[in-house]
Design a protein around this ligand. Structure first.
Ligand code: PGA
Length: 260
């Protein structure tokens, strides 16, 4: 990341038409004027990216793809390349979201190829990792995080750390309303940092931000963002409402100012 502001990233998943997104983006652009202490990243569906990027082009709000293919172009029906995302206005891409892993069966190796292609093309990457409930209950959380980081980032630590953000999203907390406790999230973030330190010394310094994702909302944002090791949020459901999304941003802005 360019600076130390908390990242408040919105993952809209398969919600909002370009028209619905337009209303949101107009309001966000205005509200963001009072929220300069956070970094906004907006990941709409692919059909809305170009339109919203035009709306937000004179603002500090950056656009992200929710997914991409590692090939530059080719016969890959339904896929989007890094250069297509960039030409549509994206500077970021989310890779390895748990829905891509568990609904669409993406492997760590496939994810690594995408992370590599995105970084190579000049996109910044939010790479998602996280354990399922059965992993947590079997005390395998650390092992899962280790494997996802190791396999997803293998050979990529020559890239500058600020080009990469890790989003820790426990699968059991995504879209369920069950949020990780500050203790659980803080422990996992500490483990992620330790794994990066050990396996990827090139990425090890504090420039790699680690976001928390999974049922974040304004009611739980303060205690999470004030937990050491949590550098921002990747927000699904609560990012669909511009007021709720900006409330979370405001809480993060205030808490980080207070703790600095
Ligand atoms: P949620 O989703 O905030 O709706 O739990 C988070 C995510 O999937 O990134």
């Amino acid at each position: 990341m360019i600076d130390s502001k908390p990242v408040i990233a919105a993952n809209w998943k398969m919600y909002k038409t370009p028209q619905e997104g337009y209303q949101f983006a107009r309001q966000l652009a205005t509200k963001a004027l009072n929220l300069k202490g956070v970094k906004f990243i907006l990941a709409p569906s692919a059909t809305a990216i170009f339109h919203l990027a035009e709306v937000l082009k004179d603002t500090p709000i950056e656009m992200a793809g929710q997914n991409m293919h590692f090939a530059e172009e080719g016969a890959f029906t339904g896929e989007t390349s890094a250069s297509m995302l960039q030409a549509s206005g994206c500077t970021w891409v989310i890779i390895g979201h748990s829905e891509r892993r568990h609904v669409f069966g993406e492997s760590d190796d496939f994810i690594r190829q995408k992370v590599a292609a995105a970084l190579q093309a000049g996109l910044n990457v939010i790479m998602c990792i996280g354990e399922r409930l059965e992993d947590r209950e079997a005390h395998r959380t650390q092992g899962v995080l280790q494997q996802q980081l190791r396999d997803g980032l293998e050979g990529l630590d020559e890239y500058p750390a600020e080009r990469l953000v890790i989003a820790y999203e426990p699968v059991w907390a995504i879209g369920t309303g069950v949020v990780a406790s500050p203790q659980q999230a803080g422990d996992a973030h500490g483990q992620v940092r330790a794994i990066l330190n050990q396996r990827f010394p090139g990425l090890a310094d504090a420039d790699v931000k680690i976001l928390y994702g999974g049922s974040v909302k304004s009611a739980n944002a303060a205690e999470l963002i004030s937990t050491p090791g949590i550098d921002g949020f990747l927000i699904g459901g609560a990012s669909l409402d511009v007021n709720e999304y900006c409330s979370i941003a405001e809480i993060a802005q205030n808490e980080v100012q207070v703790t600095n």
